[in-house]
Design a binder for this molecule. Structure first.
Ligand code: FES
Ligand code: MG
Length: 574
């Protein structure tokens, strides 16, 4: 017989100190577990981001029960626990402010408890990176169960995407005079089922990212939340994590530098969200992989766009699944990906995806005939963003990729709201909208406001896009020629803070340049006169966050959370 693996949980349940065992086991036995229940069995923590405040994850309570079926079948012991859940649609001022807090919750909940393996139940945008970050800092065998996208929306015969619809109804209110009744009707037509947003927004991007990193069973991420196969895969994930514990297949064995490169390439091919940059960088930091902002450009920018999904294209996640989903993309990218990267099922990429078949080439195209030749994120440099800024060319307007225009400056998001629709605002279609104070420290939390609406008077003239620059993020469901993540941010005195109305700004995406056309001497003079704004909070988590958050190019993690502390805890509780 093979030698039995030493289980971390046995230090709680089967140690030589019987008195300690008593403490740890007795209270658990109020659930009615038999006395040999924990003996020699891997204990699997099901880390659940279910919450009624996160509607996208509203089904994960049921999913946990399905995961448990698989764990029990495979001879493990499931113990479900809640962690802070971050929903995009309700929490103020922005869920991103709390991503790192949720990651700490996940990390300490895992490390402090008698767990051998982890299943992360995720869905809405931040629930994926926060839990993966936390799990990385402990580094146990871990598998991700992505909650899945909702069904396609339908509104008056038109197929509509959640998230993208936000921008559409706002525009229609201005152009077509939408009434309250129109809004009410649209509301219920968009979110038709359980699941996260159905565009290739941040949630779908994150689900795709975890599969491309090798952290889900192959094919899992694109299945709609309501599809029976979602449950099937959840059960299989439960079975698999028990095996992973036996194989000691820890996160650090899967999350190598190659895995991160695979995720960057895949994100470009699916037209994923710019938010990936920040989250992937933060995850890399936790697991000790060196990943720089420039890597997203050098590895991803030449990758063609293969997937025709909103916001870059026209279809939705449900169509993507019917067309064959992510397996088709990963098979098509075979030559570009590191095919030998190992995944949670212990197999490499090429083996996992070799049987994928495309059923709709309008949704998933080929490398020979891509939707766009170079689709990955471009990283800009220049005196306006010394540590970089990003733009998503697949969501931008071709004619604005090289542009020079006069800055129209807004000092804060409130300033923007107060003045943008002022009929006397000196702005035209060639102006460059500059928004300050929306970075990691400034907002605080780096809100998704970078894709600010154009002035109403220009929309009515038929202007569809303008260059916009900020230190914030944009929703993965948004589009436009939007320059984001300017680092260093304005609140810490980056050059962005010094831009004045009428300054000329030059954007040249082909040459990766973002330049403020003001002399160095003038910039230095303005800098000397610049005063840092008062911090936005003086107590609580927000103060910790403001004091410690890193800039966007480093993933906006808290400086003291970078890296990990492993799974060992020396001291017991008595
Ligand atoms: Fe939750 Fe979009 S609001 S995924
Ligand atoms: Mg979002």
């Amino acid at each position: 017989m093979a030698e039995k693996k030493h289980l971390r949980s046995s230090e709680w349940f089967n140690s030589s100190d019987k008195k300690m065992n008593f403490t740890h086991r007795s209270w658990l036995r109020n659930q009615g577990y038999p006395d040999d229940y924990f003996e020699g069995k891997p204990v699997i923590g099901i880390c659940n981001t279910w919450s009624e405040l996160t509607p996208c994850n509203g089904h994960l309570r049921d999913f946990a029960e399905i995961v448990k079926r698989g764990i029990l079948e495979a001879g493990g012991v499931p113990l479900e626990f809640p962690v802070m859940s971050l929903g995009e649609t309700l929490i103020r001022p922005t869920s991103m402010l709390f991503r790192n807090l949720a990651s700490m919750d996940t990390e300490e909940s895992i490390r402090g408890n008698p767990l051998d393996g982890i299943v992360l139940l995720t869905g809405c945008d931040k629930t994926t990176p926060s839990t993966v970050m936390g799990a990385c800092s402990v580094d146990l065998p871990t598998i991700v169960v992505p909650g899945g996208p909702m069904l396609s929306g339908r509104f008056r015969g038109e197929k509509i995407g959640s998230g993208s619809m936000n921008w559409m109804v706002k525009e229609r209110q201005k152009l077509e005079g939408y009434t309250d009744a129109d809004f009410m009707e649209a509301e219920v037509c968009v979110a038709r089922s359980i699941g996260h947003c159905n565009t290739m927004g941040t949630a779908s991007t994150m689900a795709t990212m975890v599969e491309a990193l090798g952290l889900t069973l192959p094919g899992f991420s694109s299945i709609p939340a309501v599809d029976s196969r979602k449950k099937l895969f959840a059960q299989l994930s439960g079975r698999r994590i028990v095996e992973m514990v036996k194989e000691d297949l820890k996160l650090s064995k899967i999350l190598t530098r190659k895995a991160f490169e695979n995720a960057i390439i895949t994100n470009a091919a699916v037209g994923g969200s710019t938010n990936l940059i920040i989250h992937l960088t933060a995850i890399a930091g936790r697991i000790g992989v060196d990943l720089k902002l420039e890597d997203f450009d050098s590895i991803g920018s030449k990758i063609p766009l293969l997937v025709n999904l909103k916001p870059s294209g026209k279809h939705l996640m449900e169509d993507f699944f019917y067309a064959g989903g992510l397996p088709v993309v990963l098979k098509e990218l075979k030559e570009l990906l590191h095919s030998d990267s190992i995944t949670v099922n212990g197999k490499g990429f090429s083996e996992n995806y070799e049987d994928a078949v495309c059923y709709d080439t309008d949704v998933i195209s080929t490398l020979e005939n891509p939707l766009q030749k170079e689709a990955g994120i471009a990283v800009l440099k220049g005196n306006l963003c010394e540590n970089g800024a990003v733009i998503k060319p697949s969501a931008a307007s071709k004619e604005l990729m090289q542009h020079k225009g006069k800055a129209v400056v807004f000092e804060s998001i409130e300033d923007y709201h107060n003045r943008i629709d002022d009929p006397h605002l000196d702005i035209d279609k060639d102006s460059v909208i500059v928004l300050k104070g929306v970075g990691p420290k400034g907002y605080p939390g780096m809100a998704e406001v970078g894709n600010v609406d154009l002035p109403e008077k220009l929309i009515l003239q038929g202007v569809k896009d303008m260059v916009r620059i900020s230190d914030g993020r944009m929703s993965g469901t948004a589009a436009g020629t939007v320059i984001l993540h300017v680092s260093p941010e304005s609140t810490v005195g980056g050059t962005l803070a010094l831009v004045q109305n009428g300054d000329l700004i030059e954007l040249d995406v082909a040459n990766r340049k973002l330049h403020l056309d003001v002399s160095d001497a003038e910039i230095a003079q303005r800098k000397a006169a610049w005063k840092a704004p008062e911090p936005m909070a003086n107590r609580g988590y927000v103060k910790i966050y403001i004091d410690h958050v890193e800039q966007a190019d480093k993933g906006a993690d808290l400086d003291f959370l970078v890296g990990g502390s492993g799974s060992n805890v020396e001291r017991d509780l008595h």
